[in-house]
Design a protein around this ligand. Structure first.
Ligand SMILES: [Zn+2]
Length: 206
């Protein structure tokens, strides 16, 4: 599996959301939808996009979802109940950047996660990791983990947002130690080894 990344440039790149394109043979799946369509298309090239998986429905992770659907008309996988965040700028937190945005995603495109997803030849384990957001999940694909905003940039995700929860956050962080992964690809900033990932919250970790 090839893992390619595209960084969002909206808002002058301040949010630097990372959209990942995973490629196997002639097929691709996309994780999160913050990066601009034209930039993602350059990476996707002639691959068939089978699905988009959203780690959580904060505005910066779904910023370009309408463009992706127009281009590829593929299923958009989210946590059950998170669809309301498309329609409410307080719930998708775009209110915090004073650019309230709602997203028109056709019901037919929305699919909800199961614990395991098989999409083409991609085998995806979906791990519930709430805390930053109630709908936050992490994806384990082979030995690569996609934790969204659970851990990022040497720290943990914010827990001061709509439906954040500190206790859930710590429960989710503790799950990380038990997950068998080699590299984590967070929703912002650089990929991390497992050791670097654990250092984000285990301050006594050597
Ligand atoms: Zn977020």
């Amino acid at each position: 599996m090839e893992i390619l990344e595209v960084v969002a440039t909206a808002h002058n790149g301040i949010l630097n959301q990372k959209t990942y394109v995973l490629v196997k043979g002639k097929n691709a799946i996309i994780i999160d939808a913050g990066a601009e369509l034209e930039d993602v298309k350059k990476v996707v090239q002639n691959k068939k996009v089978l699905a988009v998986l959203i780690t959580h429905c904060h505005f910066d992770h779904i910023w370009c979802i309408e463009d992706y659907i127009k281009e590829w008309d593929m299923p958009v996988y989210i946590s059950s109940g998170a669809e309301e965040k498309f329609l409410d700028s307080n719930k998708n937190c775009s209110n915090i950047i004073r650019d309230r945005k709602t997203f028109n995603v056709n019901q037919d495109n929305i699919k909800f996660f199961e614990d395991k997803l098989n999409i083409g030849k991609f085998e995806i384990e979906v791990i519930k990791t709430p805390g930053h957001s109630a709908d936050s999940v992490s994806f384990l694909i082979e030995k690569s983990l996609f934790p969204g905003d659970l851990v990022l940039g040497g720290s943990i995700g914010r827990t001061d947002l709509y439906d954040s929860d500190d206790r859930d956050m710590w429960d989710s962080l503790e799950k990380l130690e038990k997950i068998d992964f080699e590299m984590a690809y967070p929703g912002h900033y650089e990929p991390m080894t497992k050791q670097e990932t654990l250092k984000c919250f285990k301050y006594d970790f050597i």
